[in-house]
Design a protein around this ligand. Structure first.
Ligand code: ATP
Ligand code: F1X
Length: 303
């Protein structure tokens, strides 16, 4: 089973405003509310691509109910720990530019944290645990590292996609796969990562630190996969950008959807990159049809 863990889920509230003007009254032309948060997005992409998963994490209030209902409607299993406050709302404003305003997580108590850790006890070597997104302020920043240590005995594979201090900490626990974007990779090493050579150099440093598989996404420039033996490049597909929110999560979901079937990293990377582009060219997260349409465009090469 693939478990995705979203410590800080959200309703993603997409707003379209023509010529948004800060400091003035703006009228919304169209809006959309979607269940969001990185792990939840991975689960939704997995579902679209025909793979089951179970969503873990913390959820609360009317916003949490909305997320759970939507996931149930889509046939996605959930096993969230309930918290007292409201799950956050993240505003995704599309106008001449894209602006994101991510909300604040509700408080999480020690008992609720223990309840999440108890759920990890059933993981086995057959399972994959995806740890994605930001860490709520009331939790220790070492939480992802602690979770990896908790499941280490089970030999479940851990995939991590987070940023800032949480990324710094999770790297020390050596997950099976990490997926920073090039900005997050640069932030980790205190440098600016721009060119493919930079991505290769700093991605390889993560492999040298003990992470088996590293995928660095670079938005519209594609993605690079690094392990101890090779560097692979997946170009972006061609199309009209509609929504970049969740492209990285789609890369992770697409990758896992193939990896659990074939265990082939090259094919999994190709599917992941096709899924990232498919989401970038869609209003919602990628559909199976869109991923299959774009797949032939993604010619993975050794670089
Ligand atoms: N404009 C685009 N055109 C084509 N493909 C894209 C585009 N944007 C993203 N992609 C694909 O999606 C992948 C992931 O995108 P990106 O690097 O933006 O992830 P991210 O920064 O983690 O995003 P998020 O946090 O919103 O999920 C890229 O590596 C690329 O393959
Ligand atoms: O604040 P975090 O947890 O870092 O990111 C949360 C978020 O921006 O990431 C997803 C896209 O990747 C969205 O669904 C969600 O709103």
């Amino acid at each position: 089973m693939i478990y995705t863990c979203t410590l800080n889920p959200a309703i993603d509230y997409f707003l379209q405003v023509d010529n948004f003007r800060a400091g003035e009254l703006n009228h919304v032309k169209a809006d959309r509310k979607m269940p969001g948060g990185k792990g939840i997005n991975v689960s939704r992409v997995l579902k679209h691509l025909g793979q089951a998963s179970k969503c873990l994490g913390f959820i609360g209030g009317f916003t949490g109910d909305f997320i759970k209902e939507k996931l149930v409607e889509e046939g996605i299993e959930t096993d969230f720990v309930a918290v007292n406050g409201d799950t956050r709302i993240n505003v995704k404003l599309k106008s001449n530019t894209e602006t994101e305003i991510n909300g604040v997580a509700p408080q999480i108590t020690d008992d609720q944290l223990d309840a999440l850790f108890a759920k990890l006890e059933k993981l086995t070597s057959e399972d994959i645990l995806v740890l994605s997104g930001s860490v709520p302020g009331t939790l220790p920043v070492t939480i992802y590292k602690d979770m990896i240590e908790k499941v280490a005995g089970s030999r479940a594979k851990v995939v991590a996609d987070t940023s800032g201090v949480a990324f710094k900490r999770v790297v020390t626990a050596k997950p099976f796969l990490v997926k920073p974007n090039h900005h997050e990779l640069g932030e980790y090493f205190g440098v600016t990562v721009e060119s493919f050579d930079d991505v290769k150099k700093y991605g390889k440093k993560l492999v040298d630190e003990g992470i088996e598989h590293v995928i660095v996404s670079m938005g519209g420039k594609g993605a690079i996969y690094i392990d101890k033996d090779e560097y692979l490049f997946a170009p972006p597909a061609k199309g009209e950008l509609k929504n970049s929110v969740g492209a990285g999560d789609s890369l992770v979901g697409g990758f896992l959807s193939e990896y659990v079937v074939s265990g082939d990293f090259r094919k999994a990377f190709q599917k992941g990159a096709a899924s990232g582009s498919a989401t970038a060219f869609s209003v919602d997260l990628c559909s199976k049809e869109k991923v299959e349409e774009l797949l032939p465009q993604i010619k993975v090469s050794n670089i």
